[in-house]
Design a protein around this ligand. Structure first.
Ligand SMILES: Cc1cc2nc3c(=O)[nH]c(=O)nc-3n(C[C@H](O)[C@H](O)[C@H](O)COP(=O)(O)OP(=O)(O)OC[C@H]3O[C@@H](n4cnc5c(N)ncnc54)[C@H](O)[C@@H]3O)c2cc1C
Length: 363
């Protein structure tokens, strides 16, 4: 950890931080983008992820002869730095463009084709970019961190599964959805916890439906502006997918909020009925998944740094909710945080700008 002197300035400690120990909480694309930058810069990085694998909301469920991306269905790459990262993922075979016919469906009107845009998907599933980023990084899965403890100038963690973890870290990076960041930051960095508490997130119910036959709807995916649905997509229209006739049916956030505590069977019933009304084929089997924190309610991406970083305490925060939302926002947030941490160790002028970052973001 950089030391803070009498006037609250972070002292530049170039030598020691040539190889710091960093812990990242959350193996989503934001946390892993940050982990990747710091690991490439020569730091010792460990990622703790509460699920059984990495990817977070870039997620693929697999069943008997089928698979379905039940989190983010695709992503865009508008920012030049993200576009060049996506090109790297494509070269590694982890990502491909999805040439989908996407329409907009509104009441009492024929489906209208949306303007062409390049959409990208992980291949063979949405977790692939996260798996590529985590290669070579010490990643501990099924580890739910529930407390950050400051001890003698370093950080220790406690997990639900194993209690207090022996290892100590110079820096902790929190890369989880804002509501889940709040309890982690509450004692460790109350100011950052308050900022996270102001960033609300919206839920989405998703039904993964196995259909009787491949439907001839005339489109691969649709933005739906009526009834409970918000988005539907034929998963098998994506490159490299196994099986056939798998559709992801996303409820709108508004409908989800009104049905947040419904039984999954009732959600399946409602979303499949709406799908059938749009001309969808008969559904053989279906399961529902609830994302309590799917999308940030609002994002403050414009002009903001896209992360929070307190060099004084060695605490950083990244996630889609800090940088414009979506996969692109999440990656930008983690990537920029990693660069800012690295810069605060190599450039003394940057080490003291931490508070400014927070104030600009949430003013
Ligand atoms: C239904 C749905 C549709 C979407 N559609 C799109 C879309 O069309 N395009 C697009 O670009 N984006 C879309 N998104 C959003 C996109 O998936 C996210 O913006 C992005 O994946 C967020 O990445 P992240 O790393 O910030 O967070 P996450 O992916 O949520 O990663 C956070 C990780 O932290 C872990 N974690 C949480 N708490 C703890 C803890 N205490 N200890 C350890 N680990 C913890 C979680 O398990 C998770 O793996 C969609 C998301 C959903 C759910």
């Amino acid at each position: 950890m950089p030391k803070v002197d009498d006037v609250g300035q972070v002292r530049f400690m170039n030598q020691k931080y040539a190889s710091a120990s960093v812990v990242v909480l959350g193996g989503g694309i934001a946390g892993l983008a940050c982990a990747y930058v710091l690991s490439q810069s020569g730091h010792r990085v460990t990622v703790f992820e509460k699920s059984r694998g990495v990817g977070g909301r870039m997620s693929t469920r697999r069943g008997d002869g089928w698979q379905c991306d039940h989190g983010a269905p695709y992503f865009l790459a508008r920012d030049p730095s993200f576009a060049s990262e996506v090109a790297r993922w494509m070269a590694a075979g982890a990502v491909a463009p999805w040439h989908a016919r996407v329409v907009s469906i509104a009441p009492h009107a024929p489906p209208e084709a949306l303007p062409p845009v390049t959409r990208y998907v992980g291949v063979p599933g949405m977790t692939m970019p996260a798996r590529l980023l985590s290669k070579g990084i010490n990643t501990v899965t099924s580890a739910t961190i529930n407390e950050l403890v400051r001890e003698g100038g370093s950080w220790r963690l406690s997990s639900t599964e194993s209690g207090l973890i022996d290892e100590r870290f110079d820096v902790v990076v929190v890369g989880v959805p804002s509501p889940q960041a709040v309890p982690l930051l509450d004692c460790a960095a109350p100011e950052l916890a308050r900022a996270a508490a102001r960033a609300r997130m919206r839920p989405v119910w998703v039904v993964m439906a196995q259909c009787e036959a491949d439907p001839a709807l005339g489109f691969d995916a649709a933005v739906v502006n009526e009834g409970p649905l918000g988005w539907i997509a034929n998963d098998n229209s994506k490159p490299g997918r196994a099986g056939h006739g798998t559709w992801a049916l996303h409820a709108s956030s508004t409908w989800t909020e009104a049905h947040l505590e419904d039984e999954p069977a009732d959600v399946v019933h409602a979303l499949v009925a709406a799908f059938r009304e749009l001309g969808g084929p008969a559904v053989r089997t279906a399961i529902a998944h609830r994302w309590r924190y799917a999308h940030p309610l609002e994002t403050k991406g414009e002009g903001a740094p896209g992360y929070m970083w307190r060099a004084q305490d060695g605490v950083g925060v990244c996630g889609d909710w800090l940088a414009g939302g979506g996969v692109e926002g999440a990656w930008l947030s983690g990537n920029r945080l990693g660069a800012a941490i690295q810069q605060s160790w190599t450039d003394p002028a940057c080490a003291n700008r931490a508070e400014t970052v927070l104030a600009r973001q949430y003013s």
